[in-house]
Design a binder for this molecule. Structure first.
Ligand code: ASP
Length: 322
C-alpha cells in the first residue's frame, strides 16, 4: 500500500476581513502560499523527508516580503528586527531553535543547524549570530529586511502604544509562517518562523521557537505549528497540548486541535497540524488564517478567510478542522 503523504502551511492568523485585501493582494498571497506548498509537496512525492519539506516551505515563505518572517519581519519598538524560528523532527524528538536573531536570511535553517550540529537545542541573540557565521549561513544587510509598509506599521503601533498581531495591524496584513508534514517513511516534522509582533520590546520572544508552545512534532501523535498571540500560546504550551490530548485523552487530531484553539488558548490565533495517518487540521479563532494544504488522499487547497470551502482533510471532521 502506498504510504500517506500530507503537508500543511500557514502564513499567520488575524483579522483578515475580505474587505482588507484587494484582489491583487489576495492573488499575490494565494500564489505565494501555493508556490511554497508545491515545493514541499515535490519533496514528499520524491520520497524526501518531512524535515526537508517543512524547512523548504518555511524558507520559501521567509524569502517572501509578504510574510512576517525572514525578509518580511516586523520591527521591534527600537526599529530593529529580531527573528525567532524552530524546527522539530517527530522521529527522534530532535529540536532546534533560535531567537532574537538579526541579519540571518533564513532563521529556520539556522534552527536546523542547531538541531543537527550542536548538543544545545536553543541559541539566542549574539550567540546564535556567531553560530550562523560559523556555519556560513547567508546573512543580509538591514535594507534587505526593510519595507516601507513595515515602517508604517511600526509607526502606527507606536502611535496607539500597541503591539498588534501582524494581521491585526491597520497598515499591512502579513504573518508568521510555519509548516507541518508527513513523509513516506511515516515521519512527522514541524517548523515555524517569525519576526514576532510589531513594536515588541527588544528581547521579547513569543511561542514560535519554544518547544511545545509554537512548534511540536512526535511521530506517535502529530506535528503542529502555531500562529497568534505568542504569550497566550506560551502559557498553555499549545502545540504540545494538541499532542497530549491525542496521547492521553485518545482524541483524534481534528478534535484535539479544535479544542486547543477554541477552548485552551487564552488568546487569538490558529495552527496547522498533521497526524501519522495524513489527516490535516487547520483551526483558527480569528477571522482568517493564511493556509494551504495537500494530502495524497487528493485533498488540498489554499485559503485565507473563515468559511472558505475545502478546508478539511476529512469531510467527517469538517466541523472541527478550521
Ligand atoms: N506567534 C507569534 C509571536 O507571538 C506571532 C504570530 O504568530 O503572528 O511571536
Amino acid at each position: 500500500m502506498t504510504p500517506p503523504l500530507a503537508i500543511a502551511l500557514h502564513g499567520g492568523a488575524g483579522i483578515l476581513k475580505r474587505s482588507k485585501l484587494d484582489a491583487a493582494a489576495d492573488r499575490d498571497f494565494r500564489t505565494a502560499l501555493s508556490a511554497a506548498l508545491d515545493r514541499g509537496w515535490d519533496i514528499l512525492q520524491a520520497r524526501g523527508s518531512a524535515l526537508d519539506a517543512v524547512e523548504t516551505v518555511t524558507r520559501a515563505l521567509e524569502d517572501s516580503p509578504l510574510f512576517n518572517a525572514g525578509r518580511g519581519s516586523v520591527y521591534t519598538s527600537a526599529g530593529t528586527h529580531e527573528m525567532d524560528a524552530a524546527i522539530m523532527s517527530g522521529r527522534e524528538g530532535d529540536f532546534g531553535a533560535v531567537a532574537g536573531v538579526t541579519a540571518v536570511r533564513n532563521p529556520v535553517s539556522l534552527a536546523r543547524a542547531v538541531m543537527e550540529q550542536l548538543d544545545a537545542v536553543f541559541l539566542v541573540g549574539t550567540g546564535a549570530g556567531d553560530f550562523a557565521h560559523a556555519c556560513g549561513m547567508a546573512v543580509e544587510p538591514p535594507e534587505y529586511f526593510h519595507t516601507t509598509a513595515r515602517v508604517e506599521q511600526l509607526e502606527s503601533a507606536r502611535r496607539s502604544n500597541q503591539t498588534p498581531l501582524d494581521h491585526d495591524a491597520e497598515v499591512e496584513k502579513y504573518g508568521t509562517v510555519g509548516a507541518v508534514a508527513l513523509d513516506a517513511a511515516g515521519d512527522l516534522a514541524a517548523a515555524t518562523s517569525t519576526g514576532g509582533i510589531t513594536n515588541k520590546r527588544p528581547g521579547r520572544v513569543g511561542d514560535s521557537p519554544v518547544p511545545g508552545a509554537g512548534t511540536f512534532a512526535d511521530n506517535s501523535t502529530c506535528a503542529v505549528s502555531c500562529t497568534g498571540e505568542g504569550e497566550a500560546f506560551l502559557r498553555c504550551c499549545a502545540a504540545h497540548e494538541v499532542a497530549a490530548r491525542m496521547r492521553h485523552g485518545g482524541a483524534g487530531l481534528a478534535a484535539a486541535a479544535h479544542a486547543v484553539i477554541h477552548s485552551t488558548v487564552p488568546g487569538k490565533g490558529g495552527l496547522v497540524a498533521v497526524d501519522r495517518n495524513g489527516t490535516v487540521a487547520l483551526p483558527f479563532n480569528t477571522e482568517g488564517m493564511f493556509r494551504a494544504w495537500r494530502t495524497s488522499g487528493g485533498r488540498g487547497g489554499v485559503a485565507i478567510y473563515r468559511g472558505e470551502q475545502g478546508e478539511t482533510a476529512s469531510p467527517a471532521e469538517r466541523p472541527w478542522a478550521h
